[in-house]
Design a protein around this ligand. Structure first.
Ligand code: NAP
Length: 541
């Protein structure tokens, strides 16, 4: 129950939105346009979400900036100038600031306020949302715009408290730049964050020790400044690009779907094609070389083998190359990383790679990381160890729906949601890019816009019809969850221990969370649900 003694009632709203990243800001924009009273509550000291917290050296988006940006305002997309093909964290944050300013969103954003309770009041038929600072918001609707990768996870290594050096997590990076010059730095984790950070820190640190548990596939980003020519050519046809993006599985234009299977080509032709994609850069481009790379083991192996050969050709020490060459999961089944000189970094004299699969980290000691009884002495320790993805930020909040039902209880065996938009027994609670929606397997900004537009349309329709309550039919929800799983089981995604499956969190139920049939197909399903009178939803006056 919400404790009334300490909470302070702020305001009664139509919509309370939790989170001020890409999702929360656009939801605010849309609800404002509809004349609803809306407020965004944000834990950080600024807007930006992911791009506010992940300030680690080398942080950069792996979707091209001309795509990874809002499409809802033609003026905005014509006037904003991205500096790079794949822009860095600071530029994306600057962009979100610009958006918040331009559309006068800041006045409805409460910063430095972390929501820890959201309870539905059955009698008043409203959500009561309480922040850790005691502020209490009430609203007819609650929208969770809490992000998919926003609850950072530091592994429970014993002894971390005793470490006398500095330690950081990539997802909670300090605002002031950190200087690693002259220092002995350790990095745990070689996912997308580690693979971006390691080359940058290696150039500054006196010595860098990389503690690798699972070798990861990475392909070159081939980042470069966005020239005026490219920028202008894209802007001249921006609507066409956006239209195309919405009709693709990933919400990204410019990548025509492949028509051949990998084994249709001879090994020589295949290698030539992979080589071309390697030179172009980008992960979608690479995985779109053939149409069966994520459904057929033998096809996948041709791409995996190509990347392993690349690693062996780049890394001079054969034993280090072998350690860096992934062999235990299909390429692309975990997020395919993009890098800028990652494998080359291991040719540097000041970089050491340690295999913590073979010899796991025992503890963090006063002076560093202890493995097999010996200390790797460090001044700084960086955790690039990822997030409790997709459900973490939602379950971090004590969410209670009708009759006090707890979301943590309901999702004990894994997330259950209809279209990733709502979950049964939690009336008037929406999730933006929730589990069971395409979200992380697409251009997030496109998926966010699709969800926000759908929710806004739903709210507008309810108002017109005088309806005040929306909930989900449990049977439709169960069917959707089964469908999401069926699609995943037909692919190689389920063959890797990834955060898509929750495998990175000890004890988390193993459920494949994103819907991977594609944003185009998903959008068509959501639109058909509306055409059929919100099939699977229950609306009441
Ligand atoms: P991640 O992909 O989950 O990687 C975490 C890393 O930490 C893995 O190498 C993992 O090893 C390691 N690790 C975790 N616990 C460990 C332990 N106890 N001992 C040793 N190693 C441990 O996390 P991430 O790199 O932060 O990336 C998460 C996602 O965020 C990405 O997949 C991507 O979607 C997104 N992201 C995107 C960008 C971009 O746009 N360029 C950049 C960063 C992140 P195991 O594999 O063995 O578990």
């Amino acid at each position: 129950m919400i404790s009334d003694q300490n909470s302070r009632l702020e305001r009664s709203l139509d919509v309370v939105i939790v989170g001020a990243g890409f999702a929360g800001l656009y939801m605010l924009y849309q609800t404002r346009r509809m004349g609803l009273r809306a407020q965004v509550i944000e834990a950080g000291a600024d807007v930006g979400g992911t791009w506010y917290w992940n300030r680690y050296p080398g942080a950069r988006c792996d979707v091209e900036s001309l795509e990874y940006s809002y499409s809802f305002s033609s003026d905005l997309q014509q006037q904003w100038r991205w500096p790079d093909r794949f822009s860095g964290q600071a530029d994306i944050l600057r962009y979100l600031h610009h958006v918040a300013d331009r559309f006068d969103l800041f006045r409805s954003v409460t910063l430095n306020s972390r929501i820890h309770e959201a309870h539905f009041d059955d009698t008043a038929r409203e959500w009561r949302v309480v922040a850790s600072d005691g502020r209490d918001w009430r609203a007819r609707f609650c929208v969770m715009a809490t992000g998919n990768l926003s609850l950072p996870r530091v592994p429970a290594f014993p002894g971390l408290d005793s470490f006398e050096g500095r330690w950081f997590h990539t997802g909670l990076w300090p605002k002031d730049p950190i200087d690693f010059s002259g220092r002995r730095v350790g990095v745990v984790g070689t996912g997308s964050s580690g693979i971006q950070l390691i080359p940058v820190v290696a150039k500054q640190a006196k010595h860098l020790t990389v503690f690798q548990r699972t070798a990861n596939f990475s392909v070159p980003a081939v980042n470069r400044p966005l020239t005026d020519d490219i920028d202008q050519a894209h802007k001249a046809r921006y609507d066409v690009w956006r239209d195309e993006a919405r009709r693709t599985p990933f919400g990204i234009a410019g990548h025509p779907p492949p028509h051949l299977d990998a084994l249709d080509d001879s090994p020589e032709v295949r290698d030539r094609k992979y080589e071309t994609k390697w030179g172009i850069g980008g992960n979608i481009s690479f995985l779109y070389t053939y149409r069966d790379l994520l459904t057929n083991d033998a096809a996948n192996e041709t791409a995996a083998d190509f990347v392993r050969r690349k690693i062996r050709s780049i890394v001079k020490d054969p034993s280090i190359a072998e350690l860096l060459a992934p062999k235990d999961h299909p390429i692309g089944a975990k997020r395919l990383c993009l890098d800028d000189g990652y494998y080359e970094t291991f040719n540097r004299d000041n970089v050491t790679l340690v295999d913590v699969r073979k010899h796991p980290i025992e503890r963090v000691s006063r002076v560093g990381v202890r493995i097999s009884g010996a200390d790797y002495e460090l001044d700084d320790l960086i955790f690039a160890t990822g997030f409790d993805a997709m459900t973490g930020a939602l379950l971090d909040i004590d969410i209670r729906g009708a009759r006090g039902r707890s979301l943590r209880e309901k999702w004990r065996d894994g997330p259950v949601a209809y279209l990733g938009l709502m979950t049964a027994d939690f009336p008037n609670l929406f999730m933006i890019t929730g589990p069971g929606s395409p979200s992380v397997k697409t251009n997030m900004v496109m998926s966010i816009e699709q969800h926000v537009d759908w929710i806004a349309g739903c709210l507008a329709g309810m108002d017109e019809r005088g309806q005040t309550l929306i909930s989900v039919d449990p049977l439709s929800e169960a069917k959707w969850v089964a469908h999401v799983d069926e699609i995943a089981q037909a692919t190689l995604y389920v063959k890797a221990d990834s955060w898509y499956l929750g495998s990175n969190i000890p004890g988390k139920p193993r459920v494949f969370m994103p819907y991977i049939a594609g944003l185009d197909r998903y959008k068509a399903i959501c639109d058909a649900v509306v055409e059929r009178g919100y099939e699977g939803f229950i609306m009441r006056r």
